[in-house]
Design a protein around this ligand. Sequence first.
Ligand SMILES: Cc1ncc(COP(=O)(O)O)c(C=O)c1O
Length: 940
Amino acid sequence: MTDRSFAARHIGTSTADQDAMLKAVGQPSLDALMDACMPALIRSHDGLNLPAAITETEAQAELAALAAQNTPARSMIGLGYYGTHTPAVIRRNVLENPSWYTAYTPYQAEISQGRLEALLNFQTMCADLTGLPVAGASLLDEATAAAEAMLLARRAAKRSAGNVFAVDRRVLPQTLAVLKTRAEPVGIDLAVADLTDPAAIPDGAFGVLLQYPGADGTIHDWTPTVEAAHAAGALVAVAADLLALTLLTAPGDVGADIAVGSTQRFGMPMGFGGPHAGYMAVRDSLQRQLPGRLVGVSRDAADAPALRLALQAREQHIRREKATSNICTAQVLPAVMAASYAVWHGPEGLRGIAEHAARAAARLAASLEHAGTTLAGGAFFDTVTAHVPGRADTVTARAAAAGVNLHRVDADTVTIACDETTTDADLRAVCDAFDAPLADAAPIRIPVDLRRETPYLTHPVFTAHHSETAMMRYLKRLADKDYGLDRGMIPLGSCTMKLNAAAEMEPVTWPEFADVHPLAPADQTRGWQTLIDQLETWLAEVCGYAAVSVQPNAGSQGELAGLLAIRAWQHARGETDRDLCLIPASAHGTNAASAVLAGMRVVVVACDDDGNVDLADLDAKIARHADRLAAIMVTYPSTHGVYEATIVEVCAKVHDAGGQVYVDGANLNALLGWAKPGRFGADVSHLNLHKTFCIPHGGGGPGVGPVAVAEHLVPFLPSDPMSDEAGPVGPVSQARWGSAGILQIPWMYLRMMGAEGVTAATASAVLAANYTAARLRDHYPVLYAGAHGLVAHECILDLRELTKTSGVTVEDVAKRLIDYGFHAPTMSFPVAGTLMVEPTESEDLAELDRFCEAMIAIRAEIDAVASGAVAVEASALRAAPHTAAVATADRWDRAYTRTEAAWPAGVAAAKYWPPVGRIDNAWGDRNLACTCPPIEAFGE
Ligand SMILES: Cc1ncc(COP(=O)(O)O)c(C=O)c1O
């Protein structure tokens, strides 16, 4: 590692800094530190078999050579993926802008008003277009959103309803494949039927899923089916294309209860499958059942409107064994892009784009019909299905030779999807493949009674920013409200907010990667396949497993995939009764939620006073449930931030009882290069590439949560959702490689860091956490520590005693940190009343010190309250954060000075001003409003 290597730029601390930090920690060297804190039993000494690190320039050149092996053709495949023009103003100002992509999920709402406003636009857009009043702030993709709709329908349906979820046969094939994966473990029967006939709704249906338009492009008036479903006590979900809904009657207007879908074609490139924002909208009475996050309007301390995540108590839908959904990381950045696309184009613009696609499809249909080709159905939006008995292969091959990909449904059927990007030349090439002359323009094929009459996107935000100057300034205004890694450290424990290097990010928008449909022919996607093969091989190597699948598009989905693999393996060896998953009390909420969704019962294992798995309780639970034990799910290092010395023993005990060991690899940033879960006893893990491997958090997604397995579980990895061979488990995402479109980021990271770089990064992250703990220990007790009083890559500061003596809460400290120019550490997880700090390896010593000094200064403020010098209600802590308006108001009658309020010691010249004061969450939940309020409400 030289000073000019990428690793030296990725790791924030210099050798000299590290020497000083080691001294503070009382360790002679990084190796000694790792020896002291990491149990010898888990250490792997065989190094990492990764290609040697290369420079940024060399890595980009190597990746460009892979990109050149992709030869993207014009895609008219459709099936949920369409060509779209990403407006340059959005690509440059959102997708390529660290202010947007480095932000965290907006838990600290006061410093997240920009992305919360963009998400509110997203919710308003989805609600307006679907005709349903409440929409969430994004789901992972259309297929998993449909699975969530299925589960929601079952929760909300009458108790007397049966166990059947009825799916129309026109549903997208990948949606059906994911529904099959998700239905079986939780005991739901799927019934596929032609639901244009209301009588085809099977007995015992608690819910119905309709596709609008169907996978074959056809559109139907679903009113009779909806009425019949409701009469039978079933809820109706409609998987709807939002662009089509600018022209078609909204699902809400035909009585649907739920709408789901993808917003990909709102400016987000296909990216070989993802990431794209899925959406869900529901009728009012279902709003408290929504999975995922919901942005709501509330007010701040000065009574000004302010946004925040609504129903946060319910947001613990990841409520351990009572969970109804495991969605945590979702698709915030793609949702922001989709909403911005709607802001940029406005209702008229969107309608124009939809009409362009519909007119192209109508012209194509007329051309094919004139030439004697039979089409499926007379009514459609943008997709035409042609019957070409025995000729589907010839037609698709001829189109491909002319540079256009069509979808071969079977030997006799081809579908052709038009979109925003379709040109006359594309239509001509398709017609040539069918030996049909291109006809003149033809009227669109949406019957009058299916045409939309209701307005949408009437809020001023969708018409106010149509000049590029206005749009650029709007996006800048929003970004300026937020705190991302481009402003300073985000020391969120369990979140690994490390550098997302520009060289890693740039290839995401290279067209050879971005403009590829996941079903493009294999000979056009060789570069993608090599990239994914290499990345899966490298990831398997670094965590010591036999194989990896990058399909899961969040950590939660990796968990589900891993647990489904365990379940299928247990079943395959005849152990069908093994349905119980042990989970330590300290686990992340998604763990238990995923176990429930995998059809397992959760039994919680206690933690001892040091935060470790309580071995006596583990023994007792194993003894009590031995015959039913399927798995244990442990996080390593634990969510308490320590390397538990007993992990090998824990694994052995579970194996001896016939269970499998799932190690949650979200904390891999503490292991990489030093220990491999697949070697110290685990059978399966998921990794969060949006933590350890530098995919930015995006304000709450996208993520990638690969599942990694030992040899015996390889046959149970997720299968291809587009393939007829389902595999024993089935797919967990709608695309074979999930959110492939961002895999360039971890590829670049590993290629530039090499074995030496990632190993150094881990040690540097551990050093940064221990340095922080050492500096703050005298001011705040560090809750847990392992051998020699050392922590792993994060540390928990215990404020409970201080709260008792002073009344100052963790929330007060978190909000006060905003005044000091920081994003708060993780609040009250995994222990209520504490702050968990994870500095990562990317912060430099000056920033670490600035944080420690802020925390020390805040401790002095707490002491002033505790001593009675200042009442807690009158303190700067309770009034934090302080806005510019408060600090500069004409009146000042507080117990502290304006300088103390807004310029406490150490605040840099580039002061971050929160746009709102402390937000009243309870008021917002009592007065729930989850779409854009009238613009006057913001006083702008
Ligand atoms: C320990 C742990 N496990 C699992 C997850 C879930 O990952 P995701 O948010 O990508 O679904 C997280 C997320 O923060 C985590 O910290």
